[in-house]
Design a protein around this ligand. Sequence first.
Ligand code: UD1
Ligand code: CA
Length: 480
Amino acid sequence: MSNYRPINAIVLAAGEGTRMRSVDPKVLHPLCGQPMVMHVLDSLAELPLERIVVVVGHGAPLVIKALRDQPASTKPVEFVEQSVRRGTGDAVGIALSNAAFDDDGEDDVIVVAGDQPLLRPETLAALATAHREQDAAATILTAVLTDPSGLGRVERDRDGKIARIIEDRDATEAQRAINEINTSIYCFRRNLLAPALRRITPANTQGEYYLTDVIEVLRSAGHKVIAVVAEDAGEALGINDRAQLAAADAVLRERINERWMRAGVSMVDPARTYIDARVEIGVETRLLPGTILQGSTVVGEACVIGPDTRIADSSLGHRVTVENSVVQSCVLGDDCLVGPFAHMRADTVLAVSARVGAFVETKNSNVGAGSKIPHLAYVGDADIGEGANIACGTITANYDGANKHRTSIGSAVHTGSNSVLIAPVSIGDGATIASGAVVTNDVPAGALAKGVPARITENFKRPTKKDAPKAPDAPQSSAP
Ligand code: UD1
Ligand code: CA
């Protein structure tokens, strides 16, 4: 069909977003673990687009960097800079003349704003489909609101055809009574949009080039302008302040949770379950209240996570339990048990069936299959073999005050309570470390390391506190 032209997209993201009261550009404020504008790009990525052009301005280097650093589920985007904010019409004009579009202009351009993170791909697809099927010059996504204040109103003529869009500030009393609004999401024929943009002027209360003015220009030139009315008006709403940001976060979170529940993940209390947009979760996994899964986390099947557990950028195998714990940038094999109250810091790798228990902190360590660190230990910069038992209070003293050193602990090693392994040090397979040992030399396989027995001083007098301030009115101690 001849009207099935290629589609491109322009994302407007040059604005400052003053109402956020933030040093960061508005479009970088995060929702479900990724910048607001990334959600817009994710929705666009579902369409068969040729190119995506993002118009940046305020905080341009930050916006460009943030979008370049994101994982590559979205299509590559091209950036054009609008150095002075002269209005939405100017922004689109700059995109059209500076991005690498084909010369013929025989394509459609979707225009969206970077502050519309709730926009669903289905809605964009419906807009593009209506635009192509009716061979329109411009198609506007409109919404009917009970309170349209502040937004551009869609004025229709007697036949119900779109006549123009009037901005709230420039509207008459009668126009303000219209409750069909412009969502600022459009599909245009590019070779009609470009000349129409050259005809708009900043003759309005804000002295800006309004993209909305091209509608009247196209209509007076006899072109077809149509509207698609959004089924869910909330989807198209722009985020202007942090209250709207939190509300949008809640909507996205609900969508994400619903998607995972339909995919076979259980949640005891979805309202208290927080899953970032890019997280992956296997079937039969149960998420208990207060579970926060962040970043690029992947959780396997039949795991039990929570309550009150944060897992960021980590990968969990199947049947893993993590209870009341924090896990950051770690890899946990199948059947591992973590918590309650463990802090697993970056680059801890647990092999299958390993256990990290209560009040254990780990960092940059490898823990072999079936090894246990059940309670109150610090394991940092260590490599532990299989089937080892790291007792209560064992510490790998990895830091000499200047440099970090590694500790190597063989398979089937048992450490005693409160033993300190001063790195660099190596404990051979099957070695035993006695309680309270301070290990400074390598321990051969099968050996026992016993250490620092306490020396006894009889009739010891504890030091008294010097210059203890005297409080004259202090009540007499009633301690025995
Ligand atoms: C715009 C529409 C209005 C619509 C509303 C929906 C215009 C003139 N008005 O108004 O009809 O109801 O959106 O939310 O288009 N931007 C730039 N460069 C600029 C100016 C804006 O990139 O020079 C970007 C902003 O960052 C923002 C988007 O364009 O993402 C919309 O601009 P904004 O000034 O917020 O327009 P509204 O007043 O909301
Ligand atoms: Ca806006």
